[in-house]
Design a protein around this ligand. Structure first.
Ligand code: ZN
Length: 324
């Protein structure tokens, strides 16, 4: 994704995308950041990790430029997002830390239009670019793949400590809203002890308000022989994290009403009910529990967005946008 041009290193994917779409923000997943609103989403190609279970491997493992068929500069992206009524733009599908310069310029164009920026990332990045990257991000979902250095090294081609450093950095040195996702893979990172250690670490280092999503694995890439994650495993993981003191714990990629619901951290009242990615009930009084008055953590408007669960594919043409 980078090459030498004259005497500098350039980002060859700058201004080129593997596709544009409008998604519900809940799909990133972010459950406490402008719920119900549409997010203009795009990625490039490539990755700085080599996860054997990659769920987007057609994009992340691509070495071919034909994956990057859609060209769009920062101004065009921000304009399209505004015209489509999106409250935010997400850098997603592949890891945005590898297309930092492109994301930075898109973020600058979004800022002028009051559109927020969302990063969906594994957080595997050095300290200096970490600071630069997150300086233009409003919300993030960080993929914590396992609480196990051996897993990171053998299965993901990275190291755990850098990811933990990113999480600590976000919590203690920024005011970025962030949530954590853990993809639970049967036989690899689903042991109760590992999930408990992860949950304890999150509670102690990040606090009780950071939402955690336990997401179902689907057989993919080099791990097609591994079965999909049973719903019972996700529910057990959710219970372990709740027992550790984490207030907002969700299940993902499965249909599970309880695991999709936001409850008041203080009194347990149901605050937000979701059906897959759609907000179907909203029981907040200006961001607070109507029963006990305790504020719900997150970036919440007085009312939810009405985007629903739709996914809209967007083609960027020379003279505008084409929807499908
Ligand atoms: Zn309450």
């Amino acid at each position: 994704m980078r090459a030498r041009e004259n005497d500098g290193i350039v980002l060859t994917t700058y201004g080129r995308s593997s596709g544009f779409a409008v998604d519900p923000i809940e799909k990133k997943p972010l459950n406490h950041f402008l719920p119900g609103t549409p997010v203009f989403s795009f990625g490039t190609a490539g990755c700085n990790l080599t996860c054997k279970f990659c769920q987007n491997w057609d994009i992340s493992k691509s070495r071919k430029m034909d994956t990057l068929a859609d060209a769009a500069g920062p101004e065009e992206i921000a304009n399209a997002a505004a015209r489509l009524g999106c409250r935010s733009v997400a850098f997603t599908y592949n890891d945005p830390v590898i297309f930092l310069e492109y994301a930075r310029d898109v973020a600058a164009a979004c800022l002028e239009r009051d559109i927020r920026t969302v990063a969906v990332t594994a957080g595997y990045v050095n300290a200096e670019p970490r600071e630069e990257f997150f300086s233009f991000i409003d919300a993030a979902n960080i993929d914590l793949k396992a609480f196990d250095e051996d897993f990171y090294r053998r299965i993901a081609g990275g190291h755990l400590e850098a990811v933990l450093d990113t999480l600590r950095y976000l919590r203690h040195e920024t005011d970025i809203w962030f949530e954590v996702t853990n993809l639970v893979i049967p036989g690899y990172n689903d042991a109760e002890d590992g999930i408990r250690r992860m949950a304890d670490w999150i509670f102690e280092e990040l606090g009780s308000d950071v939402p955690v999503h336990f997401s179902a694995f689907h057989p993919s890439y080099k791990m097609r022989d591994v079965p999909p994650t049973p719903r019972s495993t996700l529910r057990r993981a959710r219970q372990i994290a709740k027992d550790a003191g984490i207030r907002h714990v969700y299940t993902g990629n499965v249909h599970d009403r309880e695991g999709d619901t936001t409850y008041c951290a203080a009194c347990g009242t149901v605050l937000i009910v979701r059906d897959w990615y759609e907000v179907i009930a909203w029981n907040l009084d200006d961001g607070a529990c109507p029963k006990c008055g305790v504020r719900c953590a997150g970036v919440l408007d007085p009312a939810p967005g009405t985007w629903g669960s739709r996914r809209l594919t967007v083609k960027m043409g020379h003279d505008g946008i084409v929807l499908s």
